[in-house]
Every structure is written in C-alpha cells, then in structure tokens.
Design a protein around this ligand. Structure first.
Ligand code: PAF
Length: 291
C-alpha cells in the first residue's frame, strides 16, 4: 500500500475501512483529498500537497447530489471516472473511494449537517442548499475514511471555512489544510465547470482574475470597500459577464463584513466574487490586507 503499489479502489464503506485499518496497523499517516471527479491540475496539486502531509494519500470521487439544487447541473456534471483514477494513481494517490450514492445516503437517510451563519452568506445566499450538502457529505466521508488530514482548495474559500468550522465543532481528530488555487495562464482559477465555457466566452473569463486583483490592490491601499466592490461589479459587466452575484471584501476568518467601509490596517481580508458568463458561473477569491 505504498505510493509505488497499484492504487486501491474501494466502492463500499467496508472496503474503505479495511484499507484504512491496514494503514493504521502499519502506523502510516493518511491525507485525504475529496473530489467530485472531472479532475484538473488543481485537484492534482492538492494530491501533491497531501503527499507532503502524510505517508499515504487517499482521494474520493463522488458527485454529491445533496449539494445541487433541482435546477443545477447534477445530471450533466462531467463524469470521467476511468480517466480520473488514472490521473490520481499517476499523481501518487494510494487509495480512492468511489462509493455509490447508497453508501453515503443509505435508504431512509434523514440526517444533515449544517454549519450555521457561514453557510447562509455569499454563496449560501445564492445557493441555500449548498453548504449543508457539502458539510453532510464531507462529514460522512471523514467518518468512513478517518484520515489524519484533509486537503481542500482555497478556490472554494467559503467551503474551506465551513469544513474547518464543522471539524472544530464536531471535535473531529484531523487537520484541515488549504491548498493554493491553481490558475490558467490568464489567471482563471481551474475548475471542472470551466469546461462549460464556449470558445467565445473563454477569453472573457480572464476578467475575473484581473478585476479581483485590482479590487484587492485598491482595498489594500485604503480605498473604500463599498465603492471598490461596486467598480469591480461594473467592470465584470463591461467585460461581458451576464450577471454578477457578488463582489465582496470580508474578514478572512469569519467572512463577516468589516465594521466600517474600510478594512482596519493589517486585518486579514478576503475578496470574494461570483459572476455568470453565459451559462457558466465562475467563483474566485483572493487574500488582501490593508497597508
Ligand atoms: O469541492 C468539491 O469538489 C466538493 O464540494 C466536495 C468537497 C468534494 C464535496 O462534495
């Protein structure tokens, strides 16, 4: 079961627990990278980061129905399991859990995990079902796999904070580690949903990174948060985006708004935005700190 043996694949909780017990018996530390598949280099960079934190890396591939609303893309979400498994193995993953829905949501399932407050702002206002679905599936994956550490991309920054809060509140004995966002040459954050962008939309998508960087720089140098975010919103619409869900500058730890219209000097902040280009919804975020 070292990185050089063939990657093991489990489709049931029982198989996953057996593998995990073997690792534990050998005193090996495990780091876990949960995914919904359709892997890109961003996921693989999380696997590489996981290798720095453990002896063995485990991944999961599970398109989680409870984090999609009825009007979202659950049925069309890209599914490429064979290719994903090959990529995970080549990246040094020792074990991948690919459960059927019934292993995660047994018949009659009626238990949910909700991280209040954090789940209801920003992404949670636009997608009210989303973080409850994420916290529910991730807590179950943690219980099935009992990793020593788990890695989540900073691309989904609010998700990372929700998982950290949940892990602390439930007293789960694992470390949550954030992985830097992997970007295309024009700054577009890598995402499985980028595949939805048409050839004419793709060049416009780079505006997200450009606008976000400009806004973060302005707020860091003391410009008004409200005015800067308004300008960011207008710049995205000018760049051809159909709608902007939010451009917000928040406290980095809780995502609460800063008390006044300016971030206090030195306070760690996060600029977060979500906008729609044609049928594709893009989200991104960036750290800032007022000088
Ligand atoms: O970030 C994702 O891909 C998903 O939200 C996750 C964490 C795998 C839960 O389904």
């Amino acid at each position: 079961m070292t990185g050089s043996s063939p990657m093991r694949i489990a489709r049931s909780r029982q198989e996953a627990r057996l593998w995990r017990a073997e690792a534990q018996a050998r005193g090996l530390r495990t780091a876990f990278v949960p995914t919904m598949g359709a892997l890109h280099d961003g996921h693989l960079s999380l696997v590489r980061l996981a290798r720095q934190h453990a002896d063995l890396v485990m991944a999961s591939i599970f398109v989680n129905p409870t984090q999609f609303s009825a009007s979202e893309d659950f049925s069309t979400y890209p599914r490429k399991e064979q290719r994903d498994l090959e990529l995970l193995e080549a990246a040094g993953c020792a074990f991948t859990y690919c459960p059927p829905a019934s292993e995660i949501y047994p018949p009659g399932d009626s238990t949910r995990v909700l991280v209040r407050d954090l789940s209801h702002m920003l992404e949670g206002e636009i997608r009210p079902h989303f973080f409850e679905g994420v916290a529910t599936v991730v807590s179950r994956l943690f219980i099935h796999l009992t990793p020593d550490a788990a890695i989540f991309g900073e691309k989904d920054y609010q998700q990372l904070l929700v998982i950290r809060r949940m892990t602390t509140d439930l007293g789960l004995p694992l470390a949550i580690i954030g992985g830097e966002t992997a970007r295309e040459p024009d700054g577009l954050a890598m995402s499985s949903r980028n595949a939805y962008l048409t050839a004419s939309e793709r060049p416009k998508a780079g505006a997200v990174y450009r606008v976000m960087t400009e806004c973060a720089e302005r707020i860091s140098s003391g410009d008004s948060i409200r005015e800067t975010c308004e300008r960011g919103r207008a710049a995205l619409l000018d760049a051809g985006f159909a709608a902007v869900d939010y451009v917000e500058a928040r406290r980095a730890d809780t995502l609460a708004p800063f008390g006044s219209d300016a971030a206090p000097v030195g306070a760690p902040g996060r600029l977060l935005l979500a906008a729609r280009l044609g049928q594709t919804r893009l989200i991104d975020n960036m750290a800032f700190q007022r000088r």
